[in-house]
Design a protein around this ligand. Structure first.
Ligand SMILES: [Zn+2]
Length: 284
Protein backbone atom coordinates (compact mmCIF):
# COMPACT_ATOMS: atom_id res chain seq x y z
CA UNK A 1 0.00 0.00 0.00
CA UNK A 2 2.66 2.39 1.12
CA UNK A 3 4.89 1.35 -1.80
CA UNK A 4 2.06 1.85 -4.26
CA UNK A 5 1.33 5.35 -2.90
CA UNK A 6 5.00 6.22 -3.26
CA UNK A 7 4.97 4.94 -6.85
CA UNK A 8 1.88 7.03 -7.68
CA UNK A 9 3.45 10.08 -6.07
CA UNK A 10 6.66 9.41 -8.00
CA UNK A 11 4.73 9.26 -11.27
CA UNK A 12 2.98 12.53 -10.41
CA UNK A 13 6.34 14.22 -9.75
CA UNK A 14 7.70 12.93 -13.06
CA UNK A 15 4.60 14.20 -14.84
CA UNK A 16 5.08 17.63 -13.27
CA UNK A 17 8.74 17.63 -14.23
CA UNK A 18 7.68 16.71 -17.77
CA UNK A 19 5.35 19.70 -17.88
CA UNK A 20 8.04 22.01 -16.61
CA UNK A 21 10.30 20.64 -19.34
CA UNK A 22 8.36 22.62 -21.97
CA UNK A 23 9.15 25.75 -20.08
CA UNK A 24 12.42 27.26 -18.95
CA UNK A 25 14.78 26.49 -17.37
CA UNK A 26 14.59 22.70 -17.88
CA UNK A 27 14.83 22.76 -21.69
CA UNK A 28 18.42 21.53 -21.77
CA UNK A 29 19.85 24.94 -22.59
CA UNK A 30 22.03 26.94 -20.23
CA UNK A 31 19.91 29.86 -18.99
CA UNK A 32 21.99 33.00 -18.79
CA UNK A 33 20.84 36.33 -17.42
CA UNK A 34 23.05 39.27 -18.44
CA UNK A 35 22.98 42.75 -16.91
CA UNK A 36 23.35 44.61 -20.20
CA UNK A 37 23.92 44.20 -23.93
CA UNK A 38 27.67 43.48 -24.41
CA UNK A 39 27.48 40.63 -21.87
CA UNK A 40 24.33 39.29 -23.55
CA UNK A 41 26.12 39.52 -26.91
CA UNK A 42 29.19 37.61 -25.69
CA UNK A 43 27.12 34.84 -24.07
CA UNK A 44 24.94 34.42 -27.18
CA UNK A 45 27.94 34.40 -29.55
CA UNK A 46 29.69 31.71 -27.52
CA UNK A 47 26.65 29.69 -26.50
CA UNK A 48 24.78 29.68 -29.82
CA UNK A 49 21.60 27.62 -29.58
CA UNK A 50 22.91 25.83 -26.47
CA UNK A 51 22.06 28.88 -24.36
CA UNK A 52 19.06 31.11 -23.74
CA UNK A 53 20.18 34.60 -22.82
CA UNK A 54 18.01 37.22 -21.17
CA UNK A 55 19.16 40.84 -21.04
CA UNK A 56 17.95 42.70 -17.93
CA UNK A 57 18.25 46.05 -19.74
CA UNK A 58 15.48 46.49 -22.28
CA UNK A 59 16.32 47.72 -25.78
CA UNK A 60 16.63 51.49 -25.85
CA UNK A 61 16.88 51.80 -22.05
CA UNK A 62 19.81 53.37 -20.26
CA UNK A 63 21.46 50.59 -18.20
CA UNK A 64 23.25 52.54 -15.41
CA UNK A 65 20.09 53.31 -13.45
CA UNK A 66 18.22 50.10 -14.29
CA UNK A 67 15.66 48.97 -11.74
CA UNK A 68 14.68 45.31 -11.58
CA UNK A 69 11.07 44.17 -12.00
CA UNK A 70 9.81 41.21 -9.92
CA UNK A 71 9.83 39.07 -13.08
CA UNK A 72 13.50 39.91 -13.55
CA UNK A 73 14.33 38.94 -9.98
CA UNK A 74 12.58 35.63 -10.72
CA UNK A 75 14.71 35.26 -13.86
CA UNK A 76 17.83 35.71 -11.72
CA UNK A 77 16.57 32.96 -9.40
CA UNK A 78 15.96 30.59 -12.33
CA UNK A 79 19.22 31.37 -14.15
CA UNK A 80 22.08 28.88 -14.44
CA UNK A 81 24.55 31.73 -14.92
CA UNK A 82 24.30 35.43 -14.04
CA UNK A 83 26.69 37.76 -15.92
CA UNK A 84 27.11 41.26 -14.54
CA UNK A 85 29.69 43.97 -13.99
CA UNK A 86 29.86 45.07 -10.37
CA UNK A 87 29.72 48.83 -9.92
CA UNK A 88 27.90 49.49 -13.21
CA UNK A 89 24.28 48.67 -12.31
CA UNK A 90 23.64 48.83 -8.55
CA UNK A 91 20.24 47.07 -8.84
CA UNK A 92 21.84 44.13 -10.66
CA UNK A 93 24.63 43.98 -8.05
CA UNK A 94 21.96 43.68 -5.36
CA UNK A 95 20.06 41.04 -7.34
CA UNK A 96 23.23 39.03 -7.88
CA UNK A 97 24.07 39.22 -4.17
CA UNK A 98 20.80 37.39 -3.42
CA UNK A 99 21.78 34.40 -5.59
CA UNK A 100 23.91 31.36 -4.99
CA UNK A 101 27.34 32.89 -5.64
CA UNK A 102 28.49 29.78 -7.52
CA UNK A 103 26.27 30.75 -10.48
CA UNK A 104 27.16 34.46 -10.58
CA UNK A 105 30.06 35.87 -12.59
CA UNK A 106 31.21 39.45 -12.00
CA UNK A 107 33.20 40.24 -15.17
CA UNK A 108 34.82 43.23 -13.43
CA UNK A 109 37.04 40.64 -11.74
CA UNK A 110 38.77 39.74 -15.01
CA UNK A 111 38.59 43.02 -16.91
CA UNK A 112 41.37 45.04 -15.20
CA UNK A 113 39.20 48.06 -14.43
CA UNK A 114 40.62 51.59 -14.29
CA UNK A 115 39.22 52.79 -10.98
CA UNK A 116 35.45 53.30 -11.03
CA UNK A 117 34.97 53.27 -14.80
CA UNK A 118 32.92 50.20 -15.85
CA UNK A 119 32.91 50.73 -19.66
CA UNK A 120 35.47 48.00 -20.41
CA UNK A 121 33.62 46.49 -23.37
CA UNK A 122 34.65 49.44 -25.55
CA UNK A 123 38.16 47.96 -25.55
CA UNK A 124 37.94 44.88 -27.83
CA UNK A 125 40.89 43.17 -26.16
CA UNK A 126 39.37 43.49 -22.70
CA UNK A 127 36.09 42.13 -24.08
CA UNK A 128 38.05 39.21 -25.51
CA UNK A 129 39.44 38.40 -22.04
CA UNK A 130 35.91 38.56 -20.63
CA UNK A 131 34.66 36.28 -23.43
CA UNK A 132 37.28 33.63 -22.61
CA UNK A 133 36.14 33.50 -18.99
CA UNK A 134 32.45 33.45 -19.99
CA UNK A 135 33.25 30.43 -22.19
CA UNK A 136 34.82 28.72 -19.16
CA UNK A 137 31.65 29.32 -17.17
CA UNK A 138 29.40 28.02 -19.97
CA UNK A 139 31.62 24.94 -20.32
CA UNK A 140 31.31 24.31 -16.58
CA UNK A 141 27.51 24.68 -16.76
CA UNK A 142 27.21 22.35 -19.79
CA UNK A 143 30.36 20.17 -20.00
CA UNK A 144 28.87 18.04 -22.80
CA UNK A 145 29.11 21.05 -25.14
CA UNK A 146 32.37 22.50 -23.85
CA UNK A 147 34.16 21.90 -27.18
CA UNK A 148 31.46 23.78 -29.04
CA UNK A 149 31.85 26.78 -26.70
CA UNK A 150 35.64 26.72 -27.05
CA UNK A 151 35.37 26.72 -30.83
CA UNK A 152 33.00 29.66 -30.88
CA UNK A 153 34.97 31.73 -28.37
CA UNK A 154 38.12 31.19 -30.45
CA UNK A 155 36.23 32.59 -33.45
CA UNK A 156 34.90 35.53 -31.40
CA UNK A 157 38.41 36.26 -30.08
CA UNK A 158 39.82 36.39 -33.59
CA UNK A 159 37.08 38.79 -34.71
CA UNK A 160 37.79 41.00 -31.67
CA UNK A 161 41.51 41.00 -32.47
CA UNK A 162 40.71 41.98 -36.07
CA UNK A 163 38.56 44.83 -34.75
CA UNK A 164 41.39 45.94 -32.48
CA UNK A 165 43.72 45.95 -35.48
CA UNK A 166 41.27 48.10 -37.48
CA UNK A 167 41.17 50.61 -34.61
CA UNK A 168 44.95 50.59 -34.22
CA UNK A 169 45.51 51.25 -37.94
CA UNK A 170 42.51 53.58 -38.33
CA UNK A 171 43.52 55.88 -35.47
CA UNK A 172 47.30 55.78 -35.97
CA UNK A 173 47.68 58.99 -38.00
CA UNK A 174 45.17 61.60 -36.83
CA UNK A 175 45.40 65.40 -36.79
CA UNK A 176 43.59 65.62 -33.43
CA UNK A 177 43.50 63.24 -30.44
CA UNK A 178 40.98 64.79 -28.05
CA UNK A 179 37.58 63.14 -27.71
CA UNK A 180 35.13 65.52 -26.01
CA UNK A 181 32.18 63.39 -24.96
CA UNK A 182 28.95 63.94 -23.02
CA UNK A 183 29.19 60.67 -21.11
CA UNK A 184 32.53 59.56 -19.66
CA UNK A 185 32.32 56.13 -21.28
CA UNK A 186 35.32 56.08 -23.61
CA UNK A 187 38.28 55.94 -21.21
CA UNK A 188 39.29 52.38 -22.13
CA UNK A 189 38.87 53.01 -25.84
CA UNK A 190 40.83 56.27 -25.84
CA UNK A 191 43.58 54.80 -23.63
CA UNK A 192 43.99 51.78 -25.91
CA UNK A 193 44.32 53.83 -29.11
CA UNK A 194 46.39 56.82 -28.00
CA UNK A 195 43.52 59.32 -27.72
CA UNK A 196 42.45 61.54 -24.80
CA UNK A 197 38.93 61.69 -23.39
CA UNK A 198 37.53 65.03 -22.19
CA UNK A 199 34.19 64.24 -20.50
CA UNK A 200 31.40 66.79 -20.09
CA UNK A 201 29.37 64.68 -17.63
CA UNK A 202 30.57 61.86 -15.41
CA UNK A 203 30.77 58.06 -15.53
CA UNK A 204 27.01 57.93 -15.02
CA UNK A 205 25.19 59.92 -17.76
CA UNK A 206 22.60 61.10 -15.21
CA UNK A 207 25.16 63.26 -13.41
CA UNK A 208 24.27 66.73 -14.65
CA UNK A 209 27.24 69.06 -15.06
CA UNK A 210 26.89 72.61 -13.79
CA UNK A 211 27.23 75.70 -16.04
CA UNK A 212 30.79 76.28 -14.81
CA UNK A 213 31.79 72.72 -15.73
CA UNK A 214 30.29 73.15 -19.20
CA UNK A 215 32.21 76.42 -19.66
CA UNK A 216 35.43 74.71 -18.53
CA UNK A 217 34.99 71.90 -21.04
CA UNK A 218 34.19 74.40 -23.80
CA UNK A 219 37.34 76.38 -22.95
CA UNK A 220 39.59 73.28 -23.00
CA UNK A 221 37.97 72.03 -26.21
CA UNK A 222 38.47 75.39 -27.90
CA UNK A 223 42.09 75.68 -26.73
CA UNK A 224 42.84 72.24 -28.18
CA UNK A 225 41.21 72.93 -31.52
CA UNK A 226 38.43 70.38 -31.09
CA UNK A 227 36.03 70.39 -34.04
CA UNK A 228 33.49 67.76 -32.94
CA UNK A 229 31.68 67.22 -29.63
CA UNK A 230 30.31 63.73 -29.14
CA UNK A 231 27.05 62.74 -27.55
CA UNK A 232 25.51 59.31 -27.15
CA UNK A 233 22.38 57.77 -28.54
CA UNK A 234 20.59 56.92 -25.27
CA UNK A 235 20.64 60.30 -23.54
CA UNK A 236 19.72 63.83 -24.57
CA UNK A 237 22.23 65.53 -26.90
CA UNK A 238 21.45 68.94 -25.36
CA UNK A 239 24.66 69.25 -23.32
CA UNK A 240 26.97 68.36 -26.16
CA UNK A 241 25.09 70.64 -28.49
CA UNK A 242 25.49 73.48 -25.97
CA UNK A 243 29.25 72.94 -25.78
CA UNK A 244 29.51 72.53 -29.54
CA UNK A 245 27.65 75.79 -30.11
CA UNK A 246 29.85 77.67 -27.62
CA UNK A 247 33.01 76.79 -29.52
CA UNK A 248 31.61 76.57 -33.04
CA UNK A 249 32.11 72.80 -33.34
CA UNK A 250 29.69 70.21 -34.62
CA UNK A 251 28.04 67.45 -32.60
CA UNK A 252 28.21 63.75 -33.55
CA UNK A 253 27.05 60.47 -32.03
CA UNK A 254 29.56 58.18 -30.36
CA UNK A 255 27.83 55.05 -29.09
CA UNK A 256 28.87 53.63 -25.68
CA UNK A 257 27.18 50.36 -26.78
CA UNK A 258 25.29 49.97 -23.53
CA UNK A 259 22.41 48.83 -25.72
CA UNK A 260 22.04 48.53 -29.51
CA UNK A 261 19.42 49.49 -32.06
CA UNK A 262 17.57 46.76 -33.95
CA UNK A 263 19.84 45.15 -36.52
CA UNK A 264 22.99 46.49 -34.85
CA UNK A 265 25.55 44.34 -33.04
CA UNK A 266 28.61 45.10 -30.95
CA UNK A 267 30.73 44.84 -34.12
CA UNK A 268 28.59 47.08 -36.34
CA UNK A 269 28.35 49.71 -33.58
CA UNK A 270 32.12 49.60 -32.94
CA UNK A 271 32.84 50.06 -36.66
CA UNK A 272 30.42 52.97 -36.87
CA UNK A 273 32.23 54.54 -33.88
CA UNK A 274 35.58 54.05 -35.61
CA UNK A 275 34.36 55.76 -38.80
CA UNK A 276 32.92 58.62 -36.69
CA UNK A 277 36.20 59.06 -34.79
CA UNK A 278 38.31 58.95 -37.96
CA UNK A 279 36.15 61.64 -39.52
CA UNK A 280 36.08 63.87 -36.41
CA UNK A 281 39.83 63.57 -35.73
CA UNK A 282 40.87 63.85 -39.40
CA UNK A 283 42.69 60.52 -39.50
CA UNK A 284 44.62 59.49 -42.59
ZN1 LIG B 1 27.82 54.37 -19.32
Amino acid sequence: MRVKAAAVLGAAVLALAGCAGHDQPQDGRVHVVAGFYPLQFVAAEIGGDRVAVENLTRAGAEPHDLELQPSQLAALEDADLVLYLRGFQPAVDEGADLQNQAKTFDVAKVAALHGADPHVWLDPLRLSTIADRVADRLAAADPAHAEEFRGRVADLDSRLRALDEEYTQGLRHCQRHDVVTSHEAFGYLTARYGLAQIPVTGINPDEEPGPQQIRDVARVAKARGVTTIFFESLVSPKLSETVAREIGAKAAVLDPIEGVEDGETYFTAMRTNLATLRDALSCA
